[in-house]
Design a protein around this ligand. Structure first.
Ligand code: BV8
Length: 245
């Protein structure tokens, strides 16, 4: 698939939806989940990011999140994040649905973002459900406690077995229904229901363009696959688009 054809499809598009995964943050220095970075102290993300793991050992789960918070705090958005932030102004309709919890899309200036799996920087009281932002690394105590009632706090992140936030999921699904082009960037397509946005877009006759270093479970169904790092491919695509009006 040529990048020039993908650029043509994008240039003709009025409504663009994007789904990103951990790969879009890889060049900012954040390990992905199912590559080498997919393990932490020999455990898989699927074992750590669950309500049962948290109930069993909240401190261990918080040590994992604390380490990720400290890693992400050192990282900055890359050229791929910046192109996606700029494209919000280029297309009349644009939504960026992300599986990432690192906040780098928002740090790059993206506003039209649906964070499907929550956010590393927000803590939720396990008793009251109230949420608060806390960017301190390290946190003063682990596991953190709600300043209001003293109950345990958890990361405001969607764990395996938990439903995605209803309004964000509906917004992303609707954006997949209406889009002319869906860009699927840096995701293995393993996690559901996020990856099903591809099927939704295809079912509504969108062109789906995958950007990934390697083949994924999505590669056979998408309209086009561009092989390469997101921080290189996205700027290359952007340069092929007509100047934005
Ligand atoms: C739910 C928070 C139901 C944790 C995460 C079918 C339908 C529905 C559910 C399921 C289903 N089958 C199975 C399930 C259950 C489960 C699931 O999907 N399991 C998987 C493992 C099979 N799904 C759930 O549990 C979801 N909830 O279904 O609830 C429900 C409904 C009602 C009531 C009750 C319950 C919740 C899923 C959310 C889980 N939380 N994150 C945290 O981050 O701490 S998922 C986790 O995986 C991250 O969010 C991550 O983003 C996400 C997906 O991974 P990827 O982003 O794709 O990362 P990965 O490493 O896999 O791939 C990176 C890719 O980048 C690779 O392809 C690589 O080649 C590429 N790459 C690398 N470098 C670059 C690059 N590409 C470009 N450039 C580069 N430089």
């Amino acid at each position: 698939m040529s990048i020039a054809l993908a650029a043509e499809w994008l240039a003709d598009a009025r409504q663009v939806t994007v789904l990103t995964g951990a790969g879009v943050s890889a060049e900012s220095g954040i390990p992905t989940f199912r590559g080498d970075g997919g393990y932490w102290r020999k455990r898989r993300v699927e074992e750590l990011a669950t309500p049962a793991a948290f109930a069993h050992d909240p401190r261990l789960v918080w040590e994992w999140y604390e380490e990720r918070r400290q890693t992400v705090a050192q990282c900055t958005p890359n050229a791929g994040h910046r192109v996606l932030a700029a494209w919000e102004k280029r297309f009349p309709f644009f939504l960026l649905a992300t599986q990432n919890v690192d906040g780098l899309h928002q740090a790059a200036g993206s506003v039209r973002v649906a964070p499907l799996h929550g956010d590393l920087w927000t803590l939720r009281c396990t008793a009251e459900g109230t949420e608060r932002a806390d960017h301190r690394t390290p946190l003063p105590e682990l596991p953190p406690r709600c300043p209001a009632c003293g109950a345990l706090e958890r990361p405001a992140i969607v764990w395996f077995g938990e439903p995605l936030p209803k309004e964000r999921w509906e917004e992303a699904t609707q954006a997949a229904v209406v889009c002319d082009v869906l860009l699927v960037i840096g995701t293995s397509g393993v996690v559901q229901p996020a990856a099903s946005l591809v099927d939704t877009a295809l079912a509504h006759r969108a062109r789906v363009i995958e950007i990934n270093l390697q083949e994924t479970v999505l590669s056979d169904v998408v309209s086009a696959s561009l092989r390469g790092p997101a921080a290189t491919v996205l700027p290359a695509l952007d340069r092929l688009l007509p100047p934005s009006t």
